[in-house]
Design a protein around this ligand. Structure first.
Ligand code: GCW
Length: 719
């Protein structure tokens, strides 16, 4: 109501001017807004239950819990007080104290593990109390955020009986941030790490970053780009890294670094970086020892090696395992981990790109040290709008695989498209690899349960920067959020997460929640249709990856060009990865491999990923020809984006005006770009199909030549 009035007033006064002051939520507070609860009864009930709280200790983490509770409860209930145990409605306890309370109330604290928690309402003496109990203080912190979420989403506390612990051990953000603050594939401002002013100047943003991550269970951060600057390992930078590690420690967040494999040569003064060379090994050991002296809980290293020009063990005739193990043995005495990326592909291999990671890493299964995880992108190529899962998942029983999802939307519209990635993550995690028969989902591979691995991890390439709202677009905050929630619990549904995120970020009004959740849930599929329907992939602009460019054919390597991937010709379109082509399907387990070998049994969403099909091939679900279906999907995609915009418009006055306005502006861009993708792709592919755009559909505004001429100097995020 207040908002409608405000907007109305501004429009009357300045309506014609176009721009005006909008007093609203700028998004900085993310999902931790803690605005007052307006329902008096509910507020009073909550206040009675939890506004007085007791903490079982005064460590740094307990202090952080106390601060968060005071801030949140004052915000939502206008009251909060830390008191002694007998007076408290809410008890937050860790360690011995928690064990004693759990025993008294016959609760199984073991089920909380090292990082989990119990949140219970219990009858304690003659009072009802809410208890957050955990074996560790970090567990108590996570439990506190869980309890606060109950209030933020307006759920009852009575009868709460929650037991939760993470299924995945390492839940890590990867920042592709350079030391000069440029963020590779970043679309939300500069890097939040102000390396120049560190270690002394410590922005509030660093604390709020830690709070946001802890609230969703993220327990690690790789601070710098995988295309790593070797300077990160010099004393000058390590001092700065230490400052961040010190700030994040109370929140349970460990710091990791990306390292360049040739660092011994580049900053160590050695003349080789051969992992089997003793001097090289000693250099790394000394470097690692030094890091741990300053950062006793340092997490470890992330490595991109022999990939896209980065140095690696291959330069010295050594395998990825030999490279990874050399770093792993330096880290092992300190409990550190190596996350070694499987994103490798090279022209010289003379093998189709989607097959190379598997070919390279499958034979190395069992050769990695215990503290190495191999980090695999969700799909076999590169974070395309949609990919089948990488065949490596399930193929390495002896080697724990870490999932790498991209949260930043390099290939999905940067930061102006309305795309919730939850359904995409869910699609990948719930996919069946059949590695050990039916039910061997990707989620079970990466949580370690399928092969009984003793370590597990999930990484997300961060989408945040210095933009006031962190992610450049409020809706895209949900992608950071859902990544954390799925890293904690890879079985959770994208829809449930969307619902809770909307409640905490936009509104608790049930109708608004239903509308926005529904929009979010369909947004990924819609955007896939606008860009790469039916399994098309890698047809975006070269270098910056912005916009459609299926015509790209002149880049240095065959597999950097769009034409390599879509293979459109007079006969048809698509990449034959079946046994009659490059036989990438052989890397999957039966019965998937047989299913994907035949277009009739390949899911339509992957059709052109696995098959080159004639333009008049009949699509099963619709009866259309392939050409008509392709055109139909591009047109449907663009129409659906337009409909999304209208749905958003219907929320005017129902949500915060600034949040509303910002998303509305981005939606305009999304609509325009969906039309651009549609027109450029349909015109381009029509040259090969030589078939008409079906009757009744509007013709593209420009000619193909005009679309091809568009250029985008200084597009953001370039590598
Ligand atoms: O998707 C590609 C990106 C590169 C990135 C690379 C990788 C960090 O275009 O910018 O480099 O993947 O994942 O290593």
């Amino acid at each position: 109501m207040k908002y409608i009035f405000l907007i109305g007033l501004l429009l009357i006064t300045y309506g014609a001017a176009g721009a005006s002051i909008i007093d609203g939520e700028d998004g900085y507070r993310l999902w931790l807004k803690y605005d007052p609860i307006n329902d008096d009864d509910l507020r009073a009930t909550y206040a009675k239950q939890v506004s007085s709280f007791y903490l079982s200790g005064d460590s740094d983490t307990m202090k952080v819990i106390g601060e968060e509770l005071a801030f949140a409860l004052n915000g939502m209930l206008s009251q909060a007080k830390q008191v002694n145990a007998s007076q408290a409605g809410l008890i937050v306890a860790a360690g011995d104290k928690a064990n004693a309370l759990a025993a008294r109330h016959k609760l199984d604290l073991k089920a909380a593990g090292d990082e989990g928690y119990l949140v219970y309402q219990v009858q304690h003496g003659n009072a009802e109390k809410v208890m957050v109990l955990a074996n560790t203080e970090v567990g108590a912190l996570y439990g506190t955020y869980r309890l606060l979420r109950q209030l933020q989403t307006r759920q009852p506390l009575a009868d709460m009986a929650i037991v939760s612990q993470p299924d995945i051990q390492l839940r890590v953000l990867n920042h592709w941030d350079n030391l000069d603050r440029h963020v590779e594939r970043g679309y939300a401002g500069e890097s939040i790490w102000d390396w120049h002013k560190l270690p002394d100047y410590r922005y509030q943003r660093y604390v709020d970053y830690a709070r946001a991550n802890a609230s969703i269970g993220i327990n690690g951060t790789v601070l710098n780009n995988v295309n790593a600057d070797p300077l990160i390992l010099t004393d000058h930078y390590l001092e700065k890294v230490k400052a961040l590690a010190d700030m994040f420690r109370p929140y349970g967040i460990k710091v990791y670094l990306s390292v360049k494999f040739s660092s011994p040569q580049l900053v160590g003064g050695l003349d080789t970086s051969d992992p089997l060379d003793e001097d090289v090994q000693q250099w790394w050991q000394a470097k690692v020892d030094d890091i741990y002296e300053h950062i006793p809980d340092f997490g470890g290293f992330l490595v991109k090696a022999n990939s896209e020009g980065q140095p690696g063990p291959g330069d010295f005739g050594r395998t990825h395992a030999e490279g990874a193990n050399m770093l792993a043995s330096a880290l092992a005495p300190h409990g550190g981990t190596v996350m070694w990326r499987a994103f490798v592909y090279a022209n010289e291999k003379n093998e189709e790109r989607s097959k190379q990671a598997y070919s390279e890493f499958k034979p190395l299964d069992g050769k990695f040290d215990d503290n190495v995880l191999v980090q695999v992108k969700n799909g076999p190529i590169d974070f395309q709008p949609r990919e089948p899962f990488s065949p490596l998942f399930g193929a390495t029983p002896e080697t724990p695989l870490m999932m790498e999802f991209q949260i930043t939307m390099e290939y999905l519209g940067f930061s102006t498209h309305f795309v919730y990635l939850g359904p995409m993550y869910e699609e990948v995690l719930s996919a069946d690899t059949y590695a050990r028969g039916e039910g061997s989902t990707v989620a079970k591979v990466i949580d370690g349960s399928l092969f009984d691995n003793n370590t597990s991890g999930m990484a997300g390439v961060a989408n945040i920067g210095t933009d006031r709202n962190w992610t450049g677009h409020i809706i895209l905050q949900s992608n950071w959020y859902v990544f954390g929630r799925m890293a904690w619990n890879p079985q959770i549904s994208a829809e449930q997460v969307a619902d809770e995120w909307v409640r905490m970020t936009l509104s608790n009004d049930n109708e608004v929640v239903a509308t926005v959740t529904e929009m979010m849930m369909k947004s990924h599929e819609i955007t896939v249709n606008t860009m790469t329907p039916l399994g098309l992939h890698h047809i975006m602009g070269a270098g910056h990856h912005y916009g459609p460019a299926p015509w790209v054919d002149s880049l240095g390597r065959a597999d950097w060009n769009s034409v390599y991937y879509h293979r459109a010709d007079d006969e048809g379109i698509g990449f034959d990865r079946s046994p009659s082509g490059v036989n990438a399907v052989e890397q999957y387990f039966s019965p998937l491999k047989e299913q994907l070998a035949d277009p009739a049994t390949t899911p339509e969403k992957y059709l052109l990923w696995f098959h080159h099909l004639p333009w008049d091939y009949q699509i099963k679900s619709s009866g259309r020809t392939l050409w008509d279906e392709l055109v139909h999907r591009y047109y449907k995609g663009a129409n659906d984006v337009k409909a999304l915009e209208q749905q958003w418009d219907s929320l005017k006055g129902e949500i915060d005006p600034l949040q509303f306005h910002q998303v509305q502006m981005a939606m305009d861009i999304h609509v325009k770009e969906a039309l651009w993708w549609r027109n450029a792709c349909v015109l381009y592919f029509q040259q090969f199909s030589d078939m008409p755009i079906p009757d009744g559909l509007p013709k593209p505004e420009k000619s193909l030549k005009q679309y091809q001429k568009m250029s985008f100097p200084h597009a953001p995020g370039q590598g």
